[in-house]
Design a protein around this ligand. Structure first.
Ligand SMILES: [Zn+2]
Length: 246
């Protein structure tokens, strides 16, 4: 056999794809086969009861924990987080009273004030990590769990599912709350500080976001979601896998 200059990649071309379509890799027919993300050991996942977890026999990393009612619980927690997020961004977060003057600000108002006083970089960071990223984190997860309840979620669900962990990484409300609390303690000697409803909503949101992520099982969605190459899915007998997962 003569090997071409692009060998071995030619062997990865799926036989069912025509020359006009993009070539995808050939997936394994065994959907329970996973590679450990820590040490790369390829292994087969056992059948797990809700609450049980599978660990890598080599490095002991947890590969998969089967959550109970993952989609329903995540949907309820995500809706609650969305409500708290709206409250946290619409009502005042802090009020200050000094020598007869009173002023209050919202989360967005604080970021705008930073921008107007020349702290543009800090303003953008606060806006992105405390307003934009949490909104994307909640919005992406809500769209994923709502779509995953349908019999065959569209392929865009896979794109959202891939990017959702990045939004969770950039969502840093707890860091902002710590900063606000430190500033409050420093300013308490000079003015009366009134903690607004938004501050309590943000505190609740920090807990809800963590619980929401912990309740979510991406594997349940990956099993249901439509593939970029549906012909390759047929080769892996997806309906059997779908029925195996209640
Ligand atoms: Zn491992």
């Amino acid at each position: 056999m003569r090997l071409g200059p692009d060998w071995p990649f030619t062997t990865m071309t799926a036989p069912h794809t025509s020359s006009s379509e993009p070539a995808y890799n050939t997936p394994s027919a065994d959907l329970e086969l996973v590679a450990c993300p820590h040490c790369d050991l390829v292994q087969r996942l056992p059948a797990l009861a809700p609450g049980e977890a599978a660990r890598c026999p080599r490095c002991d990393k947890e590969l998969w924990r089967r959550r109970e009612d993952s989609l329903e619980r995540t949907q309820a927690l995500t809706l609650a987080a969305a409500i708290l997020y709206v409250v946290a961004n619409t009502v005042p977060m802090l009020g200050l009273s000094a020598v007869g003057h009173h002023a209050s600000t919202t989360l967005y108002g604080g970021a705008r004030h930073l921008w107007e006083t020349g702290q543009e970089v800090v303003a953008v960071l606060v806006l992105f990590t405390a307003v934009v990223a949490p909104a994307l984190q909640i919005g992406f997860l809500l769209a994923v769990v709502l779509a995953a309840r349908r019999p065959r979620p569209a392929h865009w669900v896979a794109t959202l599912l891939r990017h959702q962990p990045k939004t969770a990484t950039w969502s840093m409300i707890e860091v902002m709350i710590l900063g606000v609390l430190v500033a409050l303690i420093k300013i308490a000697d000079y003015a009366s500080v009134i903690a607004g409803l938004a501050l309590f909503a943000l505190g609740g949101l920090v807990v809800l976001l963590a619980v929401m992520q912990a309740a979510f099982d991406p594997r349940e969605v990956w099993i249901r979601v439509a593939w970029a190459d549906e012909a390759a899915r047929a080769a892996t007998a997806p309906d059997a896998a779908l029925e195996a997962t209640p």
